[in-house]
Design a protein around this ligand. Sequence first.
Ligand code: AMP
Ligand code: ZN
Length: 467
Amino acid sequence: MSLTLYNTLSRRKEPFEPIDPDNVRMYVCGPTVYDYAHIGNARPVIVFDLLFRLLRYTYGADHVTYVRNITDVDDKINKRAADEGIDIRALTEKTAQQFHRDIEALGVLPPTVEPRATDHIAEMRALCEKLVEKGHAYVAEGHVLFSVESMPDYGKLSNRSVEEMEAGARVDVAPYKKGPMDFVLWKPSKEGEPGWPSPCGIEGNGRPGWHIECSAMAARHLGEVFDIHGGGIDLTFPHHENEIAQSRCGHGTDMMARYWLHNGFLQVEGEKMSKSLGNFITIHQLLDTKDFGNSQWNGRVVRWAMLGTHYRQPIDWTADRLTQARSTLFEIAELLDGCDAAGDPNADVVAALSDDLNTPSAMSIIFGLMKSAKRNPEKRSELKATLEFMGLYGGETREELDPGREEIEIDAGKVDELVAARLKARGDKDWAEADRIRDELASMGVQLKDTKDKATGEIVTTWEIAR
Ligand code: AMP
Ligand code: ZN
């Protein structure tokens, strides 16, 4: 199966050719662990999990190395720990555990390696040393800084020239920087801040900058040049641009990763969901509370809703999207109830995903599979295998798909009476009355479905409890 991926570096879709098909290597920037992950943060986790699954399917499960790091040294972490008056390590451990619980529920497989920044300080210091030795970095006032001027093609990934970037740089550039775009590889730590002995002959303790963490962890676990690097589109600049600068200049290579993949934003009312805008909903809230759409959501429902949009497009996150996903999964739960056969995933779905992870197309094929499985139960194993392959099914029952539901007491006799009254109103062409009755039923939690009887041409109304 040939795989094509959109490469941010070339701004086009390219056939994917791994450096070594026996070991396909992918790095994705993971969370900074100081607070609950929001549902925007879940998007890259789900998208790259799907790519991981596809790569495993295509090259063999033992021939893919997926590294997703944990950033456990960062100024946001220090601030939060100080604000809460707790130990930094206690905060990062607690947050990392919560992150794992959250994403497991979203059907996300553990990556092959999940390195923590604090376990790779030696590699970061060594990279600082190398960059200074090669004239790509310098020491100033206890900092190690990368000299952007030393890299002529800096800015290639985000397609901007250094002049443009300088024009956009903030006016209050730190006085010790030689160039306004120069960025921190290492900085001094004050008393009480996490710190390690500094590199490059600097006295006292310090800590790494964010960008160098990823360069060091990627090289340690994947080598100096690897296949795929992923993350959200907001990381393209400066984070990924700076990772590339550090890695290429440090290792003397002409690339860090061959394919750079970025997911689009998850938005709320047209704006990026983010902590700073305060418009976020956490994965934990979706799964464990009724804070969104007055409903508690199963992780597979969230995953389905997320994958309904192509990964490079923005998603507007609405309760409606989740409700629709849940209805589909209800149908699937009924269809696959008692199906324990295993099969291969549908080839057309695999082909759609191999075309730059075309999930909308994969899902429309899945809807077709559902239709044929309804007619022909033998098709159920293929449907099941396809959904399991995409992480969209794990044997959930209808009840599990709707964890926060409250049993609604419904008087079936009364509902039947109202349904009959509505049919009569329709017969009398009293549309206003018919609509009024439909609304009354809806307010009782009853949803109507009108279908035409093929033989008689009559309208038959059935009802179900809306969830
Ligand atoms: P951060 O914790 O901000 O470094 O983000 C962790 C990951 O989530 C990165 O890959 C970000 O690009 C991604 N991310 C953050 N916010 C959003 C969003 N609203 N939509 C999609 N991805 C996001
Ligand atoms: Zn990174």
